[in-house]
Design a protein around this ligand. Structure first.
Ligand code: HEM
Length: 444
C-alpha cells in the first residue's frame, strides 16, 4: 500500500496519539482506501474502503487474528472474556452466550428497558421544573448499567454507577495511553499510574463478585445469561467455568454492554438538540404511533424514523470507533499486498465518513437509512457493530435498547444543549463526548 511518511523513528505515533480521528481521516483523503502508516517499531495499515473492511472482518476473517497490542492491553483489564479471547476457547464461550442473545430472548428484555427509561424520564421531568443544567451522559451511564445488569445478571448495579463510571473513565485513558506507547511498561513496576490501575480494576471486580455472590445465594430461580454461564459444563472435561473465567465474562459483558450504549445515547441526544427539525419529526412519529404511552417490543417496526436516527447517530459517532487485526497470512486487500504479521486498523469512524461512499459525510441526515438509499451502498459502508464471526453479540440488544429508550424519553422531555458548549469526540476504547453532554430539560 502507499506509504504515508512520518517522523523519523516514531513515524505517526504522536499524531495518532494526539488526534487520531482527524489524523486518520486526513490520511484517507490523501492516500486513498488502503494506506501504510509507520508507527515507530511497527507499521499500521489503515483499511478504509468498505470492500476492504468486508474482506478482513468477514470474507477472509480466518486470515486475521485479534491479538494486536490493543487486545493484549485490554486483556490486562478484561482477562479472557468473549471480547478478548480467540480460537477454540472463544468459540466455546461464544456458543455458550449466544442463546441469551437470540431475538426472542432479547425481545423479553423490552419491558425492563422501557421501565428503566420511564424512571429516568420521571427524573428528567422533575429537572425540567427546576431548569438546572446537568450532564445527561452520566444519567445514561446509570440507565444502561441498570439495563445490562438486570437483563443479563438479574442484579441491578446502577447504585454503583458512580464508582464504575469513575473507574472506567480512568481505565479508558490509561488503556488507550498504553496502546499508543512505543513500548508499554510492565504493570509490575510500582508506578502511581499502575497502582491506580489496580485500584480501579479492584473496584470493578468488587461489583462483579457482588453479582456472582448474590446469584450463588439465590440459585435456582433464574434462567438468564449468568445462570447459563454458571451451569455450563465443558463437553470434554465436564468442568464448570472457573471463578476467574466467570469474572472475565461478567466484567466483559457488563462493560461492553453499557459503555457503548450510554455513549450512543449521549451522542444521539446531542444531535437531536442540534437538529430540532429532526427532533420534531421524531416527536410526531412517536405521538402518531404511541400516543403518549410507553413503547413495547411490538411497536418497534413502526418507529422507522427513530431507527434511522439511531443508525445515523451510530454512523457519525460509532462508540467502537476503531478495531484492530493482525494478518496471520500474506493477503491481498484492495489490490495491495498485506504481508504476514501486518497490523491492520479498521475504523468505523473513518469508513463512516468515506468521501467516495457518503454524500456530505459530516452532515446529520437520518434519511440516508431509507431502505432504497441503503441498498445503494456496500454492506460495510456502515458497521458500528463490526462484522463476520466476531460481530458484536449485543447488536440486536443495543439497537432495541436505543430505540426503546429514545421513544420513552422523547415523548416526555426535550433536552437542550446549554449554549456555547463545545463537545469533543474523544477516542479512548469507546468514543466519548468530552466534557459530557450538558443540557437543560423542558417539556415538549
Ligand atoms: C463486540 C460494538 C453493544 C457485547 C463488539 C464489536 C463491536 C461492538 C464493533 C466487535 C469488535 C471487534 O471485532 O474487534 C458495539 C456497539 C454497541 C455494542 C457500537 C452499542 C451501541 C453491546 C452490548 C453488548 C455487547 C449491549 C452486551 C450486552 C459485546 C461482546 C463482544 C462485542 C461480548 C465480543 C464478541 C465476540 O468477539 O465474540 N461490539 N457493541 N456489545 N460486543 Fe458490542
Amino acid at each position: 500500500p502507499p506509504l504515508s511518511p512520518g517522523a523519523p523513528l516514531i513515524g505517526h505515533l504522536r499524531a495518532l496519539r494526539k488526534d487520531p480521528l482527524h489524523f486518520l481521516q486526513a490520511q484517507v483523503r490523501e492516500y486513498g482506501d488502503v494506506v501504510r502508516l509507520p508507527m515507530g517499531p511497527t507499521d499500521l495499515v489503515l483499511v478504509a474502503h468498505p470492500d476492504g473492511v468486508r474482506h478482513v472482518l468477514q470474507d477472509h476473517a480466518r486470515n486475521y487474528s485479534k491479538q494486536s497490542r490493543g487486545f493484549r492491553v485490554l486483556q490486562e483489564l478484561l482477562g479472557h472474556g468473549l471480547l478478548t479471547s480467540e480460537g477454540g476457547h472463544w468459540l466455546r464461550q461464544r456458543r455458550l452466550a449466544q442463546p441469551a442473545f437470540h431475538r426472542q430472548r432479547v425481545a423479553g428484555f423490552a419491558r425492563t428497558m422501557v421501565d428503566a427509561a420511564a424512571d429516568l424520564a420521571a427524573t428528567l421531568e422533575a429537572r425540567a421544573d427546576t431548569g438546572a443544567a446537568f450532564n445527561v451522559a452520566e444519567d445514561f451511564t446509570r440507565l444502561t448499567l441498570r439495563i445490562a445488569s438486570t437483563t443479563l445478571f438479574g442484579a441491578d448495579v446502577s447504585s454503583a454507577a458512580h464508582d464504575i463510571a469513575t473507574a472506567m473513565s480512568r481505565l479508558q485513558v490509561f488503556v488507550y495511553k498504553r496502546l499508543t506507547q512505543p513500548v508499554p511498561l510492565s504493570l509490575r513496576l510500582p508506578l502511581p499510574a499502575h497502582r491506580q490501575f489496580e485500584r480501579d480494576v479492584g473496584s470493578l471486580n468488587r461489583v462483579v463478585h457482588g453479582i456472582i455472590a448474590k446469584r450463588r445465594r439465590e440459585s435456582g430461580e433464574h434462567h438468564d445469561l449468568l445462570q447459563m454461564m454458571m451451569e455450563a459444563h465443558d463437553d470434554d472435561t465436564g468442568e464448570r467455568m472457573s471463578d476467574t473465567q466467570l469474572r472475565d465474562e461478567v466484567l466483559t459483558l457488563l462493560i461492553a454492554g453499557h459503555e457503548t450504549t450510554a455513549s450512543a445515547l449521549a451522542w444521539t441526544l446531542m444531535l437531536l438538540s442540534q437538529h430540532p427539525g429532526v427532533r420534531r419529526d421524531m416527536e410526531s412519529e412517536l405521538a402518531r404511533e404511541l400516543g403518549g404511552r410507553n413503547p413495547t417490543y411490538e411497536d418497534l417496526p413502526q418507529l422507522e424514523l427513530t431507527h434511522r436516527v439511531v443508525d445515523e447517530s451510530l454512523r457519525l459517532y460509532p462508540p467502537a470507533w476503531a478495531l484492530s487485526r493482525i494478518a496471520t497470512e500474506e493477503d491481498l486487500v484492495g489490490g495491495f499486498r498485506i504481508p504476514k504479521g501486518a497490523h491492520l486498523l479498521i475504523a468505523p469512524w473513518v469508513t463512516h465518513r468515506h468521501p467516495s461512499i457518503w454524500d456530505n459525510p459530516e452532515g446529520f441526515d437520518p434519511d440516508r437509512f431509507l431502505p432504497e438509499r441503503e441498498q445503494a451502498r456496500p454492506r460495510f459502508a456502515w458497521f458500528p457493530f463490526g462484522g463476520g464471526p466476531r460481530q458484536c453479540i449485543g447488536n440486536q440488544f443495543a439497537l432495541m435498547e436505543l430505540v426503546l429508550v429514545l421513544a420513552t424519553l422523547l415523548q416526555r422531555v426535550r433536552l437542550n444543549l446549554t449554549p456555547g458548549q463545545v463537545i469533543h469526540p474523544t477516542p479512548a476504547i469507546t468514543l466519548r463526548p468530552r466534557p459530557g453532554v450538558w443540557v437543560t430539560a423542558s417539556r415538549p
